[in-house]
Design a protein around this ligand. Structure first.
Ligand code: SAH
Length: 225
């Protein structure tokens, strides 16, 4: 009963209605997101459950929103773009995500790849993200509380790695943990000068593509209780 009421409540709020969600998908499409699977997964994932109730009415705007602890839930366009870049060369089995945050990007990825390994340094954010994924019955994700600069070496290598905070330089540990042919999508820079990069582990060495200016919160050091 509670669930049903909850459902009706959310349907009742104009700003989280199906039509509002459709508008976001249309906008992402118009801005160049062309991977139909990515668009479909974003369409069916309730972003309003990943933000504070007070912000739920803005959940389907194409904008980053605060999630506490000085962090933000990524802008839907950026989630879509990074997911699309990861999947550009075909389906992926093992993907590591650095910066779980609200768990929204995690939830999107978990519906696009076989398994997600998600690392976050702020314990309370990670705990909340975990609960949301269980609630949505997304079970192919494992979480690690730790420092993303180090990745998750015990479970390496990964076919894809996505970093949702900006790094001053590409962490060597993440390069080391890429499987042959593996793809790393990462914002690099600092302050106002940040570039989204796609780095691929080739037979010999790495190829790098710069994809344009972005705006992320910084990749910090060390875990935080
Ligand atoms: N994809 C998330 C974005 C969260 S913002 C979302 O859509 O909700 C970036 C996240 O990276 C924050 O949660 C922040 O705590 C985390 N982060 C920053 N530095 C980190 C590090 N060194 N290791 C792991 N996570 C880190």
């Amino acid at each position: 009963m509670a669930r049903e009421q909850d459902h009706m409540l959310h349907r009742g709020i104009g700003m989280t209605s199906q039509r509002t969600r459709e508008r976001l998908i249309q906008r992402l499409y118009e801005e160049g997101i062309s991977n139909a699977k990515v668009l479909e997964v974003i369409r069916r994932t309730p972003r309003h459950l990943f933000v504070d109730e007070a912000l739920a009415h803005r959940a389907y705007e194409d904008t980053a929103l605060p999630i506490g602890n000085n962090q933000t839930i990524s802008q839907p366009y950026m989630v879509a773009r990074m997911s699309e870049l990861l999947l550009e060369a075909g389906p992926l089995d093992k993907v590591m995500e650095i910066g779980t945050g609200s768990g929204y990007q995690t939830a999107i990825l978990s519906q696009l790849v076989e398994r997600v390994f998600s690392v976050e340094r702020i314990k309370v954010l990670q705990d909340r993200a975990k609960e949301r994924l269980v609630e949505l019955n997304l079970r192919n994700v494992v979480f690690r509380w730790g420092d993303g600069w180090e990745g998750w070496p015990a479970l390496a290598p990964y076919n894809g790695i996505i970093v949702t905070a900006v790094a001053t330089e590409v962490p060597q540990a993440l390069l080391d943990q890429l499987a042959p042919g593996g793809r790393l999508v990462i914002p690099v820079g600092s302050g106002e000068v940040q570039q989204l990069m796609l780095i691929i582990r080739e037979e010999q060495g790495f190829s790098r593509r710069v994809l344009g200016s972005v705006r992320f919160v910084p990749l910090l050091n060390g875990p935080l209780a």
